[in-house]
Design a protein around this ligand. Sequence first.
Ligand code: H79
Length: 473
Amino acid sequence: MTETGSRRWIAIGALVLSLLIALYIVSGCNQGTKAGSTETKVTTKDTGKKVLTKDERMDWWRDARFGMFIHWGLYAVPAGTYHGERVKGIGEWIMNNGKIPVNEYEKYAAQFNPVGFNADEWVRLAKNAGMKYIVITSKHHDGFCLWDSKVTEWDIMDATPFKRDILKELAAACKKQGVKLCFYHSIMDWHHPDAQAPFYPNYNDTKKSNPHFDRYVDNYFKPQLAELLTNYGPIGVLWFDGEWILDWTEPKGKATYDYVRSLQPAILINNRVGKGRKGMEGLSKSDEYAGDFGTPEQQVPATGLPGVDWETCMTMNDTWGFKSYDDNWKSTEQLIQTLVDVASKGGNFLLNVGPTPEGLIPDPSVERLQGMGKWMAVNKESIYGATASPFGRPAWGRCTAQGNKLYLHVFNWPADGRLEAPLAGAEVDKAYLLADKKQAKLATTVSASKVTISLPEKAPDAIDSVVVLVLKK
Ligand code: H79
């Protein structure tokens, strides 16, 4: 290269460099991520972090479809019995239903020493069942806290002999095993004097107001949320409950929603943060109310609703918190078919376990989760990321969809070997059994109103065999 040539290159280089410096200054010097990476596409002025859209925040949750609910607290100690009498209703409500005074209930803390608790084992059980997230009760209505809270002694560290931060151990196990950790947190609090404790003997009295309730919100509820959202890593969902009390209002719900998102912008928050929930049916009355998804409790909506996110939470027996004598277990078949029913309507399934005071998940729950895991190992492709059925609920089972694939979940294997899918004008590429690794093609015939698939005589799975119907793109 000649001397003039190299000088020209130096001049161009200097020009480019100064342009880059100018650009850096103009951009506010604070956008630390690589140019062109998705993180810098939309940024907030102050932090330079990407502002996620709702769809982006919901993405992992819509893909997951299946999670574990854990109701665990002091109520596992009485386990449904108070003064030798069986108390009617769900186990975690024993303080209210048994009309137990606060100072009496407090005595259970000294007996809570769950030395059998092993966070890795719980998380492994959930993961092997095919569950992608865990929602655990950081605090239920009895107000007892499963973590080391600095604003109360009514917690695992100060009130029990166990003195291990349960949420810390679960957070570590979840991180290690790639399961999302989420918290259930009760707005209602039967133990706090500024909340519902003075309403004894009916802590759940929905006509009473505590004049000091704002003090509870500002000095207790909010600082506790800050602890939960800063000390345990990224949290998938904050799952509020107990919002029906008189002192909770929609403005308080909206302020809480904003506060939680200010601490963890990507988090999801259920609709019980506000006042929009339609009873146990759980969906929100309208978009005007706070919350990212609806929460049907112990029921599955009859149909999916386009554009509406929801999650059915359900028990395996009749209680959330452990009761020693509740043996009314749903069958593994029922639970698998409910998971599929929910997915076929575009929802999530949050299935509960209620561990014992020793820290163990009851054997009947473990057996059912293992059964579900066995089915999921073969059929998970038909659940994760599944969207609602294009043709509702056929008599033989359910249908989930994803891209150009339909997953026909056959609960009742047809005796005549003919499976009919009511698809008008469908163009079929092929059909095969999801359980068949070789994906041997099943014969199909297409008419104007339906696709008929010829099935082998024997169902690969007695509970739900999945036929994959691939449509032409
Ligand atoms: O944590 C579990 C239960 O302890 C809690 N939610 C699950 C996830 C719960 N289950 N049932 N209840 C609470 C009973 C609440 C019933 C009612 Fe209401 C509260 C009836 C009247 C006020 C909810 C709100 C149904 C109608 C309005």
